[in-house]
Ligand binder design. Sequence first.
Ligand code: 9MR
Length: 390
Amino acid sequence: MRSIRFVTAAFTAAALTLPLAATSATAAPPSDHQAAPHSNAKFDRLRWAAPEGFYVGTAVAGGGHHLEQDYPDPFTSDRKYRKILGQQFNSVSPENQMKWEFLHPERDRYDFEAADAIVEFAQRHKQVVRGHTLLWHSQNPEWLEEGDFSKEELRAILHDHITTVVGRYAGKIQQWDVANEIFDEQGNLRTEENIWIRELGPGIIADAFRWAHQADPKAKLFFNDYGVEDVNAKSDAYHELTRELLAQGVPVHGFSAQAHLSMRYGFPSSLEENLRRFDELGLETAITELDVRMDLPESGKPTRAQLEQQADWYQRTLSACLAVADCNSFTIWGFTDKYSWVPVFFEGEGSATVMTEDFVRKPAFHALRSTLKEAKTEQWKEKWKRGWRH
Ligand code: 9MR
C-alpha cells in the first residue's frame, strides 16, 4: 500500500495537445504520434506509469458481453485486445463473467470456465483482479429470480454461492464488489428490485460481507455503485450504512464509485471530498468503472473539443482518487470503443473509452498516463526526501 502520494495533478495543456494530430474542429479521433500505437516500450504503459501500490485496471470484455452483439467474444478471440489488456493494466475486472447468470446457470451447477480464464490471464500478467459481483438485483439467472424458494432456501443459496465463488478464488482476488447498486437515487434500499433484500431483509447485506470474509479473509470487500461520485443522497446512504456496519464489526473494507460519466451532465465536482469522507471512516476507496460518454455528431466521430473535455474528465477522476490516501484502485470500463457497452445502452452517445475502435489512443489515454507519471515522480521525490532526512 502506498504511504505517500502527492498529486498536484496539474494536467497540462501540452499533454492534451500533443497527441492531437487533427486540426479541424470536427476532426476524427487523433492519430498517436507520441509513440507507436502499440509500442512495447515499458515507459509507454499505464501500469508502468502508475505509482507503487496503485492499480490501474480495465473491465475485461467477454463472456456474454452485451448479449445481442454479433462479434465474437473479445477476451477469448481478439488477440490485439488481449495484448493491450496484458500490457497496459495491472488490474482487471470481469465485465460479466463473474455475475450470477454466468457463474451459476443452474441451481446445482456452477460454470467457472470464463472466470477461471480471466484469473489465469491475470496471474500470468501479474495483474490483480476485482471480483464483480455477489449481491445484486440484476443479471441473476431465471431459476433464481423466478424460483419459488423459502427464506431458508434463499439464504442457503446465497451462502453457498458466496462461499463457493469467493472460496474458489481465495488469494487471487484483491477486491470484491460484495454488494452492488443496493440504493436508488433517493438513498432508499432497492427493496423491491433486489431479491435478497426483498425476501431476506436488509440484514442479509451484513451476512454477505461476513460470508465473503470467511471464504477469503484477505480480499477487500466493497460496496459499489453508480451515481455516488458526488456527495449526494445516494452516497449519504452508503456513508450511513457503512458507519453502522463498521460499528457492528461487519467486515466492510471499501466503498467504490463506478463513475459512468456523461458529458450531458456536469463533472461530479465533489468526488474527492466524497471519497475522502469514506476514507475517514477507515475504508479503502476505488474508482471501478470509469467511462465518459458523449453525444456524437452526425459523422459519428467526436470533435476535438469533445475529446479534450473527455480527457479532462478522465484526468480529474484519476486525480481525485490519487489525492485520497487509500484510493488505490482505478478501473476504466473497457479501453476501446470497439467493445464499449455505451452505444448499446445509450442511443446517440458513444466514444466513451480511451481508445478508438481501432485501438488508437485518444487524449484521455495520454491524460491518464501523464497524471500517473506525475504522481509516481512525486512519490519518488517524497521517498528520497524521507531517506535523506534519516
Ligand atoms: O458492461 C456490462 C454489459 O456488458 C452488460 O450487458 C450490462 C448488463 O447489466 O452490465 C454492464 O456492466 C455494468 C456493471 O456490471 C455494473 N455497473 C454498471 C455497468 C454498466 O451497465
